[in-house]
Design a protein around this ligand. Sequence first.
Ligand SMILES: NC(=O)c1ccc[n+]([C@@H]2O[C@H](COP(=O)([O-])OP(=O)(O)OC[C@H]3O[C@@H](n4cnc5c(N)ncnc54)[C@H](OP(=O)(O)O)[C@@H]3O)[C@@H](O)[C@H]2O)c1
Length: 363
Amino acid sequence: MGRNTLLQSIPSKMKAVVVTEYGGVEKLEERKVPVPIPKENEVLVKIYACAINNSDILMREGGYGTDTKSSEKAGWKREAISFPRIPGTDIAGEIVAVGENIDSSCLGERVVLFPFASSGPDGSEHMAEDITLMSSECDGGYAEYIAWPKELCRTMPLSSYVESSSFIVSCFTAWHMIEKSKVAPGEKILITGATGGVGSYAIQIASKVFGANVVALARDLSLKEKMIELGASEVLSYKSKTLSEDILEAAGGEIDVVLDVVGDPLFSTCLKVLRNGGRLAIAGAVAGAVTQLDIRTVYLKHLSILGCTLGTRKEFDQMLAAIREGKIQPLIDKTFPLGKAREAQEYFKDSGKFGKVILKNEG
Ligand SMILES: NC(=O)c1ccc[n+]([C@@H]2O[C@H](COP(=O)([O-])OP(=O)(O)OC[C@H]3O[C@@H](n4cnc5c(N)ncnc54)[C@H](OP(=O)(O)O)[C@@H]3O)[C@@H](O)[C@H]2O)c1
C-alpha cells in the first residue's frame, strides 16, 4: 500500500457487498474484492458506517431508467450500470492511507464523504453532465474501504460514525429542497414522507434552521409526539379522507411551500393546498412516479415546480455546520451489520420505519 498509511496492516482484500446485476435482493452478494488503492489527490477511507437510501435499491432494480428498456439508462449519467457495483452513498469512516499529492497529516481524520464528484462549478456541481455518484458510476459504501478525493472529505459532524453517516444524502437533499424553494421564516410548509429519511430531516431544517411552520404527513399518528419534537407544528395522517381540508385547517390557511418525496398519491393534494404563487419542491416519487396533472392548476395559481436532486458543496457544508450547532439531530431507526445488507434493504423498503437504516462495519 506504500508508506503513507496509518495502519501498517491494510489488507489487500476486503469484504464488500456487491450488486451482481439488475434484480431483487438476491442480486446482493458478499464478496472478497481488492482494497482500492488511492490515486493522486485521493485518500483511502476505512468505512465504519454507511446509511441506506432508496437510490441503492433503485440502482439494483434499474429504477432510474425512464425509457422503454429502463435498465440501459439506469445510472446517473443515463448510462447502464457497470456490474459488479458496490452500492451505498452515505459513508462515515477514517482516513487510513493517502495517495500522491496528499499530506499524510490527515491520516486518522474521521470523515464523512461528499457523495459525488463532478466538474461542475460551485453552485451547479449537482447538475453537471459528468457527475460520478457513488453506487452508480463508481463503487460506494457497502464495503470496508473506499478511495475518494480528499477535497470531497469533510470532518465528521458528530463523534459517532453511525450518526454522522445518517445525514449524508437524506439531510443534504432536504437542505437543498428548502434552500431552492427559498423557505422564509414564518412560512407554512407541508412535508410529505415525513417519517422517512428526507422528510424527517426536512422537518428539522425547515423549522429549526429556516424558522418555518411545518405540517408533516405520516401514516402512523402514534409518531406524532416524536415529529413534534423534531419541529413539526402539526402532524396529519395521509390516510385521511379529508386530507386537503385537514391540511388547510392545521396550517391556518393555504400552504406557501410543499416539500414532496411521495409523488402520485399526494400530488393533487399538494397542488390543491398551495396558495397562489406557492412553490412545490419535488425530490422523489417513492409511491408513484407517474401522475395526472391538470396544467391549468399550475398557471392559474402561478405555481413554481422545482425539481431537486442532491445539492451543492456549499449546501453540504452549511448542513454540516447546522448539525455541529445541534440544530439537526440524527434520527436512526435501526442498524445492521454489513453482512446483513439484504435484510437491511428489505427492512428499509417496509412501511413504518422512522428515520435512517444504517449498515455498520465493526471490523
Ligand atoms: N432527488 C434526490 O436527490 C433524492 C435523495 C434522496 C431521496 N430521494 C427520493 O426521495 C424519496 C424518499 O426517500 P427517503 O429516503 O426519504 O425514503 P424513506 O426513508 O423510505 O421514506 C419514505 C416516506 O414516504 C412515505 N410513504 C410511502 N408510501 C406512501 C404513500 N403511498 N403515501 C404517502 N406517503 C408514503 C413513508 O411513510 P410510511 O412508511 O409511513 O408509509 C415514508 O415517510 C424516494 O423516492 C427517494 O428515491 C431523492
